[in-house]
Design a protein around this ligand. Structure first.
Ligand code: F6R
Length: 606
């Protein structure tokens, strides 16, 4: 949430900052701003709206080879010009961009106001700018350290000071910050997306670490003023990974990339001979795997729904009791942490604060946590005791698609791995492996039916309210389908267990309220079809996501046939048409598909 970029070097900073911000816009897009330091001092331009609005508002001449920029997702204060970052101190010499939340902002603000400081925004960040500006320290580093000593909360921040025009000082505590290394020029950013066009040499700061960045290099140190030694690492990403290419939207590109993404997560991990999965990164030997009595999966939003699907896979294949819980709720109920439970954190970004805090709570109490994470080197990945990287590649659309599919595949691999050191037979292991190997081609088959799905989506988009229903394996699929639909079409979409409809919600069914039903060809098929009759009898329009072999009888329904795999793996495939329906509904409604209102990628605030 929110994006930071900074540049110091030999080129004019403003165009580079704007380019960097446009790459970061998916992290927050309600306002943006830049500060550039030139011979006439520090010049700040900020604007509510998108980066393109900021670009249009920039003064014609904006000289300066050092600057910082920010794209915002509002927390403290509405999305206005005044609340946009950068924020300055009273002298206008200090400029700060900040991700995270200052928990004691209100008391710091009161104290500063009592001292006569006038505030120009409602943000928590502005207190940091004033604290730095009021410091009597000789160096910018010392002023930043003094200010941060008064701050409680989380931050990734970058600071410019007109009296120290040769440097940007950055700091990290709970919000990512990286330094990009170039030739006589350097970058800072909250996300590699802003940098890959210019450099692939990056340094990841740790929590409690700061850096001084000059055109010639960088030094790092801790908040206790101890120097640290950091070497740049090479990121395996290119600018194309962050380009829409020929696609109209990132979401579409990412939906279409799913077959390749599935191949990437499976590569080198399937052991056909022994019918198991190789997951070296788990750091679990067979004895530790056999000792697991329970699996607890934690994630937020769609990652939590995939976690539910994953819990089903673990129970079915490994016969270990498993459940999923929203990470955002977990630590608030003072959970009992069990030594023989395997905790699994699941996250695309690896930065979701609620998931991170749940991981830290488990570790504090002696639990073992593994991660199913997409972003390599992300905070959650680094906190976990081991894990499975998802290899979905960068995901830019706010609505997650390919990362979720790879999470589900990751759970299948985990369940297979755990199952094969317990009760799962080699023949069942081989059956699952063969199913996983069929997945990429089957995913391609589903996305190839795009046009048919677009027509169905057009009908669904007209409804103000929809149900998504499924049972057991199909229920997490329905939950994720409803989530995707509401998130980008802004229609009310509610997920229910099909079996629960007649315990209340059936009262809402009418010819105005369509139901999207998940009806796989499994043991519950007949019961599911019976429920479809009950909906049809109340004139509820039906879209049924099913398998070719399923007989829907005389129910009047639009059917979407999905290629069939093994029953345990089918939910992965059943989810994909729901992504495509949501996508086309949002397009037809004329919404900003990649940047839905009120949301942002990677929720780094509680
Ligand atoms: C929905 C969506 C969100 C995320 C959730 C967790 O399409 O993207 O619900 O799944 O915010 O994000 P990560 O996976 O980054 O932890």
């Amino acid at each position: 949430m929110c994006g930071i970029v900074g540049y110091i070097g030999t080129a004019p900073a403003a165009p580079l900052l704007i380019e960097g911000l446009s790459r970061l816009e998916y992290r927050g897009y309600d306002s943006a701003g830049i500060a550039v330091l030139g011979s006439s001092g520090l010049r700040v331009t900020k604007k509510a709206g998108r980066v393109r609005d900021l670009d249009e508002a920039l003064p014609k001449r904006l000289a300066g080879k050092i600057g910082v920029g920010h794209t915002r997702w509002a927390t403290h204060g509405a999305a206005t010009d005044a609340n946009a970052h950068p924020h300055c101190d009273a002298t206008g010499k200090v400029s700060v961009v900040h991700n995270g939340i200052v928990d004691n902002a209100a008391s710091l603000r009161d104290r500063l106001t009592d001292d006569g400081v006038e505030f120009h925004s409602e943000t928590d960040t502005e207190v940091i700018a004033h604290l730095i500006g009021r410091s009597a320290a000789d160096t910018l580093e010392e002023a930043v350290l003094e200010a941060l000593a008064a701050v409680q909360g989380t931050y990734g921040l970058a600071v410019l000071h007109a009296d120290h025009p040769d440097r940007i000082v950055v700091a990290r505590n709970g919000s990512p910050l990286i330094v990009g290394v170039g030739d006589k020029e350097m970058w800072v950013a909250s996300d590699v997306a802003a940098l890959v066009r210019y450099t692939r040499q990056v340094v990841y700061l740790d929590d409690g670490e700061l850096a001084t960045v000059t055109a010639g290099g960088f030094t790092t140190f801790t908040s206790d003023r101890q120097p640290t030694q950091k070497r740049p690492t090479t990121v395996d990403l290119s600018v194309e990974d962050y380009d829409e290419g020929e696609h109209r939207h990132f979401m579409r590109k990412e939906i279409l990339d799913q077959a390749d993404a599935a191949e990437r997560i499976l590569r080198g991990r399937l052991d056909e001979r022994f019918g198991t999965a190789h997951l070296g990164g788990l750091n679990l030997d067979p004895r530790a795997s056999r000792a697991i009595q329970r699996v607890k999966i934690l994630g937020c939003g769609s990652a939590y729904y995939v976690g539910q699907l994953g819990a089903g896979l673990v129970e079915e294949l490994a016969r270990i009791p498993a459940d999923a819980e929203p990470a955002s709720e977990f630590r608030y109920r003072n959970p009992v942490i069990e030594r023989d439970t395997l905790y699994v954190a699941v996250s695309q970004s690896g930065e979701t604060i609620d998931t991170l805090l749940a991981v830290q709570e488990i570790k504090r109490k002696g639990g073992r946590v593994i991660g199913l994470i997409n972003v390599v080197g992300s905070t959650i990945a680094r906190e976990c005791d081991g894990g499975i990287y998802l290899h979905a590649g960068p995901e830019v659309a706010v609505a997650s698609t390919k990362a979720l599919t790879n999470m589900a595949i990751g759970f299948a691999l985990l369940a297979l791995h755990l199952g094969r050191v317990r009760d799962l037979s080699v023949s069942d292991g081989k059956r699952i492996i063969a199913g996983l190997q069929r997945l990429p081609a089957q995913i391609d088959q589903i996305v190839a039916a795009d046009e048919d799905l677009s027509t169905v989506a057009g009908v669904l988009a007209e409804a103000q309210s929809l149900f998504f229903v499924g049972r057991v394996r199909g229920y997490p699929v329905a939950r994720e389908g409803a989530q995707k639909f509401k998130e980008i079409s802004y229609r009310h979409a509610e997920a229910y267990q099909t079996s629960e409809l007649k315990h209340g919600p059936l009262a809402l069914i009418s010819d105005q309220v369509p139901t999207v039903a998940i009806v796989p060809d499994d043991a519950l098929c007949d019961r599911n079809v019976a429920a479809l009759h009950e909906i049809a009898a109340r004139k509820g329009p039906l879209v049924v996501v099913t398998h070719a072999g399923v007989d829907l009888g005389h129910v009047d329904a639009t059917r979407i046939d999905v290629p069939q795999n093994e029953p345990e793996i089918d939910p992965i495939l059943l989810t994909i048409p729901l992504q495509i329906l949501a996508y086309h509904a949002a397009v037809k409604l004329g919404h900003d598909v990649d940047k839905p209102r009120n949301l942002a990628k990677s929720v780094t605030v509680e």
